[in-house]
Design a protein around this ligand. Structure first.
Ligand SMILES: Cc1cc2nc3c(=O)[nH]c(=O)nc-3n(C[C@H](O)[C@H](O)[C@H](O)COP(=O)(O)O)c2cc1C
Length: 352
């Protein structure tokens, strides 16, 4: 099967409705009845990788390498330009291997000449491929994705992951733009967050369980039976984010993604320590069903709802939101205690 065909199948199969469990339900804000601030003071500005961004939202890696991917990337680039948010392309391996695919990626830079665009490759990439991917888009950063469960389930997928950390470090050492290490929906635990920090990446996108599920996608592509135990594999987005934030402690950027579909979960993720929030399947499915303008409206709606939630917690800024008290209950609290993270630290912190 051609790579282009596989890319199209990923789009089709990702659109199938599945129950999602990003597991933010245990993360509770406390209403602030005395915010002592005005709505116009609420700012969504955020800082990471050495610059300031208008909004914490970004469009995460989705596609490239086919005619359908060209159309999707063209439309998403238009959304990113209109909303002034960063956008990542899907894996550029297709264009590295076959230059006739390049246009489905470069359209993103053509459509958005001054925007923030992130290149994307897997951990199999070497520094030379990484340099080509960045140059192709005049990219501002490079995402390196980790997707072991997907490769294991995919027919003909990789089986050898011995050198992942070293390869990431090789790319970091040889490339001029910041490197973002990202999972694609199975989450990152504190031990691997520490290893990625050691490898020199400038940001970690935890890509947790609860949204797009590549075990399910590869299962439905192949038509094979996939047991429930594998379909539920991964660290939920909320837990992965708390573990990673605890390990990283502000030394590099932290992005939350994986089922980030509503403003309350976005606010919870920012409050737990993310500087940015990535959206992939949600903008893709709105685009396919309702078109580009509906995606733009959705981004603005999410930003407005996020501001309302910030106001109701008394937060003028994302830095404030990260000091707002959070009560972490249930399964998440139990998990954190077993992993040596005290959930009471979130409940007792304060904005004052
Ligand atoms: C159709 C589709 C294709 C994707 N392709 C890539 C890819 O090429 N590279 C990558 O790093 N992530 C890829 N992703 C993963 C997303 O960037 C993101 O990490 C993941 O979907 C979780 O976010 P979500 O729940 O908002 O979809 C893809 C996601 C979708 C839905």
């Amino acid at each position: 099967m051609s790579r282009a065909h596989r890319k199209n199948e990923h789009i089709y199969h990702s659109l199938k409705k599945r129950p999602t469990r990003a597991d933010f339900k245990d993360i509770n804000f406390i209403h602030n009845c005395l915010p002592n601030m005005a709505f116009h003071q609420v700012s969504l500005k955020t800082d990471y990788m050495g610059r300031t961004y208008r909004s914490p939202l970004f469009i995460n890696a989705v596609t490239g390498g086919s005619q359908l991917a060209y159309k999707v990337n063209l439309a998403l680039a238009d959304v990113a330009r209109t909303c002034n948010i960063p956008m990542a392309v899907g894996s550029q391996m297709a264009a590295i291997e076959d230059s006739s695919c390049t246009g489905s990626f470069t359209i993103v830079r053509k459509k958005n000449p001054r925007g923030i665009i992130w290149a994307n490759l897997g951990t199999y990439a070497n520094p030379e491929m990484a340099a080509r991917a960045v140059k192709m888009l005049n990219a501002d950063a490079l995402q390196i994705h980790m997707n072991v469960p997907q490769e294991l389930i995919m027919k003909g997928g990789d089986r050898d992951f011995r050198d992942m950390s070293r390869r990431i470090n090789e790319i970091v050492k040889n490339i001029e733009v910041p490197v973002i290490a990202k999972e694609v929906g199975f989450g990152i635990a504190r031990e691997q967050a520490e290893a990625l920090l050691e490898a020199g990446v400038r940001a970690i996108d935890i890509g947790g369980r609860g949204g797009t599920n590549f075990v399910a996608i590869e299962g439905s592509r192949s038509g094979r039976y996939i047991p429930e135990s594998l379909l539920e594999w991964g660290i939920p987005t909320a837990i992965s984010l708390i573990e990673t934030a605890d390990a990283i402690k502000d030394r590099i950027g932290i992005f939350a993604s994986g089922g980030m579909n509503n403003a309350l979960d976005i606010a919870r993720a920012l409050s737990l320590g993310a500087q940015a929030v990535g959206l992939a399947a949600m903008p893709l499915s709105i685009l396919v069903k309702y078109g580009r303008r509906a995606v733009i409206k959705k981004i603005y709606d999410l930003e407005n709802e996020l501001k309302l939630i910030m106001m109701m917690t008394g937060s003028c800024s994302i830095a404030d939101l990260q000091k707002a008290p959070l009560v972490i209950t249930g399964y998440t609290s139990e998990w954190l205690e077993r992993r040596g993270i005290n959930p009471d630290n979130f409940a007792r912190r304060s904005l004052a």
